[in-house]
Design a protein around this ligand. Structure first.
Ligand SMILES: Nc1nc2c(ncn2[C@@H]2O[C@H](COP(=O)(O)OP(=O)(O)OP(=O)(O)O)[C@@H](O)[C@H]2O)c(=O)[nH]1
Ligand SMILES: [K+]
Ligand SMILES: [Mg+2]
Length: 391
């Protein structure tokens, strides 16, 4: 019996043989959708084993986590030790790191978890080495550092990207602006506000047909490709994760070569061993994580700038803020008093659904003496700033 990998290879070669034109677009759409389904099958833990993060996942701490992905011996563990002070074994031989090694960085008052991972090799997503478990951990991170050795070919960058993409990770990309509303009857109706230069309606219908979706309204608001459409249908299996390319070992190259590296988008040239330019890497990390610091302010006093409540942009309402401090606050909540970029008037009363901005100041706690006490109690208990974990 043909294995899933065999079937994938067969479809890929058929696609390579088929020229794209009006007559073949339906067939090609069908093949693309078949391919996406087979790839998902390959990554489901129940099939042929190895999917999921089993054995490699670690307890998550902090407001966000950053996973290190790269070929063996590019310097991931050296970078880990440099950034976090958490020792992770580094050596000149490949596969020194055999499991996930967690560490922590505190940056702008936010605790960020760093996950040093074993090296991966080409074919990892198809089950080579422990690559699948490694990439499965990366898929749950809020940011990925793709670590590359600048002494090696830059084509390595593309190989790693392909491995991550094959696992349903979309790097430095927003979800495609396509909305599919399934219906009981009426067939497939397609509306598009953008001019579609990559797909025609036949291809869209072939994909929908392959996914057994007979009736749906499809609203396309970007110049979408077939892959974009499939990504929206397969949304449950896709993760859109920002990536920074940490171009390591720049101590071994010339200034002229370094100049070229600086032109690569989303990249940061560094030397883990010497600690060169790791400050810039941390700045880029902060920008990509898109975190928001909210300071608390007791009534009549200055804000407490030492312990921000750190929220992610995807969960940064007043409700999220309250929950980050204690679950019981929301029950007693009436209004929050907020100073900062998120409000027009300084200060302004806002409700639970109000979205907070970076460096806002909230006086909400001060209006509830009981809660303020709770906060103090909380700090004494833990001795650390309150952060929120919510995907
Ligand atoms: N010249 C130079 N060598 C480095 C740098 N960073 C790491 N190395 C060396 O590269 C080798 C591999 O480093 P590791 O940190 O073990 O690499 P890794 O990516 O964690 O490797 P695996 O865990 O085996 O996948 C070691 O000999 C390091 O000393 C750097 O910035 N410059
Ligand atoms: K190594
Ligand atoms: Mg290592």
């Amino acid at each position: 019996m043909a294995t899933t990998v065999d079937k994938i290879k067969e479809i890929e070669s058929e696609m390579a043989r088929t020229q794209k034109n009006k007559a073949t677009s339906f067939h090609l759409g069908q093949l693309k959708a078949k391919l996406a389904k087979l790839k998902r099958e390959l990554l489901t833990p129940s099939s042929s084993g190895g999917g999921g993060g089993a054995g490699f996942d670690v307890a998550r701490t902090g407001v966000a986590s950053v996973g290190f992905i790269g070929f063996p011996s590019v310097g991931k563990s050296t970078l880990m030790s440099r950034l976090t002070g958490q020792h992770s074994e580094a050596a000149a031989y490949e596969f020194t790191t055999l499991t996930t090694v967690p560490g922590q960085v505190v940056y702008n008052g936010a605790k960020i978890q760093m996950l040093d991972l074993p090296g991966i090799i080409q074919g990892a997503k198809d089950g080579k080495g422990r690559g699948r478990q490694v990439i499965a951990v990366a898929k749950t991170c809020h940011l990925i550092f793709i670590v590359l050795d600048v002494n090696k070919a830059l084509t390595d960058k593309r190989v790693i990207e392909t491995e991550l993409e094959g696992f349903g990770i979309r790097i430095n990309k927003e979800p495609p602006n396509i909305k599919i509303t399934k219906k009981d009857k009426g067939g497939i109706s397609i509306t598009s506000t953008a001019n579609l230069t990559h797909i025609d309606h036949d291809e869209i219908k072939a994909v929908m047909n392959e996914y057994r979706i007979a009736s749906a309204d499809i609203a396309i608001r970007c110049d979408a490709t077939v892959d974009d459409l499939i990504d929206v249908i397969e949304a449950k299996n896709r993760s859109y994760i920002p990536v920074i390319y940490a171009l390591n070992k720049i101590d071994a190259i010339s200034i002229e070569e370094l100049d070229i590296l600086y032109r690569i988008p989303h990249a940061c040239p560094i030397s883990s061993e010497h600690g060169w330019n790791v400050d810039e890497l941390m700045e880029q990390m902060w920008d990509k994580l898109n975190l928001r610091r909210v300071y608390t302010k007791p009534k009549g006093k200055l804000p407490d700038y030492s312990e921000p409540v750190v929220l992610r942009a995807t969960a940064c309402t007043v409700e999220d803020f309250c929950n980050a401090i204690h679950k019981t606050i929301v029950e007693q909540f009436r209004t929050a008093i907020v100073y900062g970029k998120s409000v027009k008037h300084q200060p302004q009363k806002v409700g639970l659904s109000h979205e907070l901005a970076d460096e806002d100041i909230s006086e909400s706690l001060a209006s509830f003496p009981r809660i303020h006490k709770l906060r103090i109690y909380w700090s004494i208990l833990t001795h650390e700033p309150v952060t929120i974990i919510k995907r």
